[in-house]
Design a protein. Structure first.
Length: 476
């Protein structure tokens, strides 16, 4: 990208990028609310229709890193533009009812387009904005991405109230067209890309590795972690992982350069992203059950309480970007993690008679910690690599978010029922309606575990940052 053009049109470029990023995250959450309706209309059982949602997640995660690498090789803008077209056309085709197999196929193609945009968006924004403005830009970008995830169920419910399920997909089309038209005028030509040979075998093995990993997690959650499909996919993942490492150490221009992970800013903040997104998903899964089943609150009140902390996150994220630009990203990350620790210990103290105001306070800490976390973490990750590795870094960032959400949704159930089983003294797979206090014990156990894990990570992160600062002082 030309530097002068970037600076003149930077917010136009930003708008084109976030429009599709918003839709890519929106479509991952908007579909869930339509699954029962689609199940009836397509005449398939619920167990099958859930793959409309799961296939999107798996294909996206399989391709984030490969497309990030291809963006470094052939230009991130080029990959993003193609992804925008693929996503928009497939969104139109998803809504045409040619049967379940057709919807599933189009959904997979839609995920290909989404992965092309999600693997390059942060890299394009990083190239477009100077270091002084990068925090604000990436913080605002984080707000829009979060808004897409939050707005999905609400927009989906509104659409289904007045229109058939097809419009769940068709809502993407006008926004996709707007992004394509805006991009045609504001997105510059790529100039930051490598002229190197594509590591074809490395990319193919990487796709198999990530696909088997996420399929194993989803199937393990649905069918059990001792079933043959889970064990078989785990074996495939391990073999692919060993093969991937072997290939990458022997090629000149690897798909993923392992030397990147020697940089503590990249590695620690990718781990932090997995952890924070995982914990946020745990909160999103556990708290609705607590409010509706245990406290017997109506759905509208539950929704009002739960939407409060994501709104705080959206408002705070751009401010966090400004603060990280002025006070330093490391400091803001530590503050964010500390707030998240407080929120988890607070939620671990919640019981049947806890004031809803106090509950909202703890949820507010979740939103505040999340909001402060996004921008400085994105800045540290993207600033830790050279321009010719921004695509891979952007892909790693997107992958860490999806990994956190997937692992969070799995461990929410595992930890919850471990706690419930301990309270009941027996194994159960259902909500304990006859003994609601058992659920409280399970919920408190979940958040105690997340609080301890997050506290340990905070201590490690603090030590790494202090060591990094001492090394910088010695070098200067």
């Amino acid at each position: 990208m030309e530097e002068d053009g970037d600076m003149k049109n930077r917010w136009g470029i930003f708008s084109a990028i976030v429009l599709l990023s918003f839709m890519s995250t929106l479509t991952s959450s908007i579909v869930n609310i339509a699954l029962p309706v689609m199940s009836r209309d397509l005449n398939v059982p619920i167990a099958q229709i859930t793959w409309v949602a799961s296939s999107y997640l798996v294909v996206t995660c399989m391709l984030l890193l490969p497309f990030g690498k291809l963006g470094d090789l052939f230009g991130k803008i080029n990959v993003f533009k193609i992804g925008t077209v693929v996503f928009t056309i497939s969104s139109l085709l998803c809504g045409i009812n040619f049967g379940f197999a057709w919807v599933l196929l189009m959904r997979a193609i839609q995920a290909i387009g989404a992965s092309m945009t999600l693997s390059t968006n942060a890299g394009i924004i990083t190239e477009t904005f100077s270091k002084k403005q990068r925090g604000l830009a990436l913080g605002s970008f984080g707000s829009v991405v979060a808004l897409g995830a939050i707005a999905g169920p609400g927009i989906g419910g509104l659409i289904l109230t007045y229109l058939p399920w097809h419009y769940i997909f068709w809502v993407n089309v006008p926004i996709g067209l707007a992004a394509i038209l805006l991009g045609k005028f504001v997105l510059p030509k790529d100039v930051h890309f490598q002229k190197a040979k594509v590591d074809v075998w490395g990319l193919l093995v990487l796709i198999v590795m990530m696909g088997s990993f996420f399929l194993a997690l989803i199937i393990g959650q649905e069918a059990g972690f001792l079933t043959m499909p889970f064990i078989g996919l785990t074996v495939v993942f391990i073999i692919a992982l060993i093969g991937f490492i072997w290939i990458e150490k022997r090629v000149v221009n690897p798909a993923v350069n392992f030397k990147l992970f020697a940089k503590s800013d990249l590695t620690m903040n990718l781990m932090a992203t997995v952890l924070v997104y995982g914990i946020s998903f745990i909160v999103n899964i556990i708290e609705p059950i607590y409010l509706e089943q245990n406290r017997k609150l109506p759905t509208n009140i539950t929704g009002f309480i739960l939407i409060s902390f994501p709104i705080i996150q959206i408002v705070v994220s751009p401010i966090a970007g400004l603060l990280s630009d002025k006070l330093g990203a490391h400091f803001i990350v530590l503050v964010a993690l500390a707030l998240m620790v407080v929120s988890q210990f607070g939620l671990a103290s919640v019981h049947h008679a806890t004031s809803l105001i106090l509950l909202c306070l703890w949820l507010g800490f979740v939103g505040l910690g999340n909001g402060l976390f996004q921008a400085p973490t994105n800045v540290l990750i993207m600033n830790s690599v050279s321009k010719n590795q921004l695509g891979v870094a952007s892909g790693l960032l997107g992958l860490s978010r999806n990994t956190g959400m997937t692992i969070g949704s799995i461990f929410a159930n595992i930890l919850l029922f471990l706690g419930i089983d301990r309270a009941l003294g027996e194994t159960t797979k259902n909500y304990p309606f006859q003994q609601p206090t058992a659920f409280i014990s399970g919920m408190q156990f979940v958040f105690l575990v997340t609080a301890v894990v997050l506290s340990l990570f905070f201590i490690i992160q603090l030590g790494v940052i202090f060591k990094q600062k001492n090394n910088q002082q010695k070098e200067s």
